[in-house]
Design a protein around this ligand. Sequence first.
Ligand SMILES: NC(=O)c1ccc[n+]([C@@H]2O[C@H](COP(=O)([O-])OP(=O)(O)OC[C@H]3O[C@@H](n4cnc5c(N)ncnc54)[C@H](O)[C@@H]3O)[C@@H](O)[C@H]2O)c1
Length: 207
Amino acid sequence: MRDELRGDDEGWGSFGLGSLGLESGANDLVRWAMRWLISMRKPTRKLPDCELVACADIVEENARAFAETFGITRIYTDYREMLEKEQLDIVSICTWPHLHAQMVIDAARAGVKAIHCEKPMADTWGAAKRMAEECERLGVKLTFNHQRRFGTPFRKAKALLDEGAIGELLRIEIGFGNLYDYGSHTVDLANYFNNETPAEWVIAQID
Ligand SMILES: NC(=O)c1ccc[n+]([C@@H]2O[C@H](COP(=O)([O-])OP(=O)(O)OC[C@H]3O[C@@H](n4cnc5c(N)ncnc54)[C@H](O)[C@@H]3O)[C@@H](O)[C@H]2O)c1
C-alpha cells in the first residue's frame, strides 16, 4: 500500500479518538488494543513521506489529548470539516460501529486514497455493502483493523497448519460474547485459517 500511496505530501488524519487513542479510563483489553493501534500509527510518524497531520473527535478533550500525544496541531470536532479543509491521503476511523459506514463514504468522497477503519465493519449488512461498493467505485483502498491475524501466535498456528504439522483442517469452532465488540476478530481469524474460503451456506442467529 505504501508504494501505491507514495507522494510528496502524504497526510494522515484520524477520527474518533476515545479509548483507542487515549490511555485514560481504558480497561485492560482496550489498553492492549490501543497499543496495537498506536504501534500501527507510530510507523507513520517514522516514515519520511507520511505525516500525521490532523484529528477529529466530537469530544474536543479527546481530540486535544490525542493531538498532544502525536504532536498534531490541527484538531477538529467535526470530521466533515476536517475532510473539507485537509488534504488527507489516508484516514483511520476509530469511532463506534454504527458510524463507520457514513464516515468511510464521506472520506472516500472527499478524495482520501486509503481508509483504515475499526472493526466491526458496520452494524448492518447493507451498511457494510454500501461502504465497500463506494470505495470500490472510487478506487479507494479500504481496510479494517482485524490485527490479530498479524500477531505471532496466530501466524505460528497458520504456519503449522500450512506445513501439515498439525494435520488437515477439518473444522473451526469459534465463540464470542459480543459480535459488535471483539466477535468480528474471531470470524476474521476463522477466515484466515481457512485461506479465505467463501462459505457455501450460513445459518446464524443473533440475540
Ligand atoms: N481492533 C481492536 O482490537 C479494537 C479494540 C477496541 C475497540 N475497537 C473498535 O474501535 C471502535 C471504537 O471503540 P472504542 O472502544 O475506542 O470507543 P470509545 O468510546 O472509547 O471511543 C470512540 C470515540 O469516538 C468519538 N466519536 C463519537 N462520535 C463521533 C463523531 N461523530 N465524530 C468523531 N468522533 C466521534 C467519541 O467521542 C470517542 O472519543 C469500535 O468500532 C470498536 O469495536 C477495536
